[in-house]
Design a protein around this ligand. Structure first.
Ligand code: ATP
Length: 509
């Protein structure tokens, strides 16, 4: 990570704590690594993101319904899904710094550096050639770009081959050949690479003799697969249909240094879409578009998103892509869209001995559906919004302000009601306005401190609107409505306030 992006991340983490968004878990005991708690504002933002996702997936699609499966499941579920045998990360330690890394991440970061070089060449050429610039041609012909693209492709190919064949010694050799050094010690003094299973396990049963090892679910998807026929039959769903679920997942992430980007306990928002075999690519494209549309509907700039198609596919997939977001430490995965074929359902048929076939009432055929999945981390989405929203602005009068430009419909508190003074009946009027607004929006009432300080505090929390009550309010029933992002103020009648706020606080999608 570059120094200034490291500084930016530090500032965001400090801000998130100061304004009640995110606290380290068990902080008074010096914390628990890669586990975090959401504070009074964090829980609201998280709920709002989750609700918006749920609304977009379940409410807006008549062929998608919800589910809330238990975190604990029969251990054979994880044998069938492949997690017991293959949910591993290749780990490597630097002998000098004693720091542990994921070998795949070291290689990914190395590739990202080469990609940056390519991007630089492209930007330079774009400036030079202006409108006449043809990026595709440039990528195919510019010698340094061609060479770097070839290098990336060779690294990916070798790494994937080594992992697939389980040749971990070659993964180490690749790291050494590329001269990838530990960012802390700066040396290339690495241990061997070894596989580490990411599932947390615990014992179920009162006696140690009959206790059974069970797992904390590492993904929510399997709860959907094992229930798909229950849902299909009771909701009388016909293909294609989807089942959506949000909930906690657990992974024993060893290398977790990027705040809530990678946690041991996190929340996923997943949707499995069941389709006729042969139609999966059509639906895969549909869900790619649909999910990108969802992201862009939040109002975050499209330049902060990009696609990353998987070259190496997971054992269950026949196509997979990630939506990546530009975090302070670079473009990283935010959401995965995978065509999972009939792998999971067939695996559960095999391990459970139960028939999980779909009966098509029209063709009278019975078959195992294919599945297209969309899977997004709620906490990563939270982090994307937080990182985008955090701004330090230089104002015209020379002062600075810190503002969280969270998309207004997702902000924890939508409105702050601020009487200019505590006296002259302004408090009473303020309370009256607050009481009428709070039934419609999350509102806060504040009368302490000078009005300017209260504005700054609300900017820093990310409250999109402030309603100020002054002496004129008592005369003509109008208030000022202040916009967090533009700081513009308009006079508006109390009567119109709810309708106006409804309008500016909804997504247009
Ligand atoms: P990564 O490559 O970053 O480890 P992944 O490919 O293993 O992620 P998936 O199994 O596809 O992730 O999970 C779907 C989504 O869940 C991811 O896109 C991400 O947003 C989220 N997610 C996965 N692992 C974590 C984690 N440890 N902490 C927070 N969110 C996570």
């Amino acid at each position: 990570m570059q120094n200034n992006s490291e500084d930016l991340l530090k500032k965001i983490i400090a801000h998130a704590k100061e304004y009640g968004y995110i606290f380290q878990s068990s902080e008074i005991y010096d914390g628990l690594s890669a586990v975090y708690d959401y504070g009074q504002n964090g829980v609201e933002l998280k709920n709002n993101i989750r609700n918006y996702w749920w609304q977009s997936m379940v409410q807006y699609h008549e062929n998608i319904v919800g589910l809330d499966a238990a975190i604990l499941m029969h251990p054979t579920v994880w044998k069938a899904s492949g997690h017991v045998d293959a949910f591993n990360d290749p780990l490597i330690d630097n002998k000098d710094s004693k720091k542990r890394y994921r070998a795949d991440v070291l290689i990914e970061d190395y590739i990202q550096k080469i990609e940056k070089k390519i991007d630089k060449e492209i930007t330079k050429a774009q400036k030079r050639f202006g409108d006449a610039f043809d990026e595709k041609q440039f990528r195919q012909t510019h010698p340094r770009v061609v060479e770097n693209l070839k290098k990336i492709s060779e690294i990916n190919k070798r790494f994937n081959q080594s992992l697939e064949s389980g040749d971990l010694a070659d993964v180490k050799k690749l790291i050494e050949t590329l001269n990838i050094v530990c960012p802390v010690s700066g040396t290339c003094n690495w241990t061997d690479v070894r596989q580490f299973n990411l599932m947390f396990s615990t014992q179920m049963g009162s006696l140690s003799s009959d206790a059974q090892t069970i797992y904390m679910r590492p993904e929510t998807a399997q709860g959907i697969f094992v229930n798909y026929l229950n849902v299909q039959k009771t909701a009388r769903m016909k293909l294609p249909f989807g089942i959506a679920q949000t909930g906690k997942a657990f992974r024993n992430e060893i290398v977790a240094r990027q705040f809530i980007f990678r946690m041991k306990e996190f929340e996923q928002m997943e949707m499995q879409f069941f389709v006729k075999p042969g139609q999966e690519m059509e639906w895969y494209d549909y869900w790619k578009n649909e999910r990108m549309r969802w992201h862009l509907s939040l109002g975050l700039p499209s330049e902060k998103y990009r696609w990353h198609n998987h070259e190496k596919l997971a054992h269950y997939a026949n196509a997979a892509t990630d939506i990546e977001f530009l975090f302070p430490f670079g473009f990283k995965e935010l959401e995965g869209i995978h065509s999972r074929t009939d792998f999971d359902l067939n695996a559960h048929i095999k391990h459970s001995g139960k028939k999980l076939h779909y009966f098509d009432p029209e063709t009278k055929e019975s078959f195992v559906p294919y599945v297209v999945e969309t899977s997004i981390g709620l906490d990563r989405m939270f982090m994307a919004i937080l990182c985008h929203a955090y701004k330090e602005e230089q104002l015209k009068d020379g002062s600075t302000r810190t503002v969280l430009s969270i998309p207004a419909p997702l902000a924890p508190y939508k409105v702050a009601v601020l009487p200019l003074l505590k006296k002259d009946g302004l408090s009473e009027k303020g309370r009256e306005v607050f009481n009428s607004l709070k039934k419609h929006f999350m509102c806060q009432y504040e009368e302490k401190d000078a009005i300017g300080r209260r504005y700054r505090r609300n900017d820093a929390v990310g409250t999109p609107y402030c309603v100020t009550i002054d002496h004129q309010t008592l005369e003509d029933e109008t208030v000022t409505l202040r916009d967090r992002d533009t700081m513009a103020q308009e006079r508006i009648s109390i009567q119109e306030l709810i309708a106006k706020l409804r309008e500016v606080l909804s997504f247009s999608s």
